[in-house]
Design a protein around this ligand. Structure first.
Ligand code: SF4
Length: 360
């Protein structure tokens, strides 16, 4: 039987092929798939499930690609009444109580502002670091870094080195969407291409800047496109080892022009996590993003290969603009409760996955 053959491979520590991953996607035996993924996770991470206490900051939603990224409900064009750009004071005020809330990270992403130069973005990192020297600044997707290289005419490595000097600790990993060029052309024709996304992450890894990797699924892509996406990430990880976590992002269809009427189902979300755990054998951490799939499904996902549950998060705007009905904030006690009730050990971590506190 196909699943037994793949299970035996996984047990022997043999790498799965793209065909294996597709077979896992199609297996009717969801619980056997869960068992395999859970075993693979426990071999690496035991029963520990990590989360971090963080704060999301989206300094602007104005974007030169507004209208061109057809899945994006967050962006606005110049003159749009929904458009906003935070001032330096507003940015600092939004995270003024960071240490007081126990947060150790600020997660910063936003639009490619049509008028702001690179110095504005650099200044945000510098200001945040000056105001919160102990916090980890996880900022800007590869799409934003690519934008900065166009604004400055400098290489990605040069821009990244300067951002690191200003206080950047890591890249969050967004903007990957789906790498397959034909899908990407339809999804977000103007946005940095797949090779460029991978090249920028490779440049970050080369400088010792770690990053995460995302995949936006559940829109116009096929299962083979998802596997292809993961295969390209696995290949880069073999070369650099710089990815910390893989974060599948379930597409939310509200308020955008992409002709997809339904959100992903819970089973698709769980299956995608399980396949990722088994196929991405060189990624230690697999995150379930509760903002997108909900707290309850994220709890179940801890038995489908996920070992990390996204942080407490405050003021998430991007997914909520696309129709997410999840809360914008989950208190730490609630995350701990969800993890414990899943039979796992909650561990608060920092951005670099160093453990800060364990609930035994
Ligand atoms: S996905 Fe990013 S680059 Fe594309 S329109 Fe939205 S904010 Fe702009």
């Amino acid at each position: 039987m196909e699943l037994d053959r793949i299970a035996a491979k996984a047990d022997r520590g043999e790498r799965l092929t793209r065909e294996d991953a597709l077979a896992l996607y199609h297996t009717p035996d969801l619980f056997a798939l869960a068992e395999l993924a859970d075993a693979a996770n426990q071999r690496r991470n035991g029963l520990r499930v990590t989360f971090n206490v963080n704060r999301h900051l989206n300094p602007t939603n104005l974007c030169v690609n507004h209208g061109s990224c057809r899945f994006c409900s967050f962006s606005a064009g110049l003159g749009d009444p929904e458009g906003y750009t935070m001032t330096r004071e507003e940015i600092l005020a939004a995270v003024a109580d960071l240490e007081h809330t126990g947060a150790t990270e600020v997660h910063v992403v936003g639009g490619l502002h049509p008028r702001k130069g690179y110095d504005w973005y650099l200044g945000i990192v510098r200001d945040l670091k000056a105001a919160h020297p102990r916090a980890h600044i996880k900022a800007w997707t590869a799409v934003e870094i690519d934008h900065f290289t166009r604004l400055t005419g400098r290489s990605a490595a040069a821009v990244l080195a300067e951002l690191r000097e200003a206080g950047l600790g890591s890249l969050p990993g967004g903007g990957a969407e789906i790498f397959a060029e034909d899908v990407r052309a339809e999804l977000c024709g103007k946005k940095a291409f797949s090779d460029r996304w991978l090249e920028i992450h490779a440049a970050a890894h080369g400088l010792g800047i770690p990053s995460n990797a995302t995949m936006l699924y559940g829109h116009i892509e096929s299962l083979a496109h998802r596997v292809d996406h993961m295969a390209r990430l696995r290949e880069l990880q073999d070369r650099t080892g710089g990815f910390q976590a893989f974060v599948p992002l379930a597409y939310h269809p509200a308020h955008n022009p992409l002709p997809v009427s339904e959100p992903t189902t819970g089973l698709d979300d769980l299956r995608t996590l399980a396949v990722a755990r088994l196929f991405l054998d060189n990624f230690r951490h697999l995150k379930t993003y509760w903002i997108m799939v909900g707290e309850k499904l994220s709890q179940v996902a801890l038995h489908f290969g996920a070992n990390d549950i996204d942080g407490t998060v405050v003021r998430e705007r991007i997914t909520h603009e696309a129709g997410a009905t999840t809360p914008e904030h989950l208190p730490q006690e609630e995350l701990v409760r969800l993890i414990r009730r899943a039979g796992r050990v909650p561990v608060e971590r920092n951005t670099l996955y160093e453990e800060l506190r364990t609930w035994v």
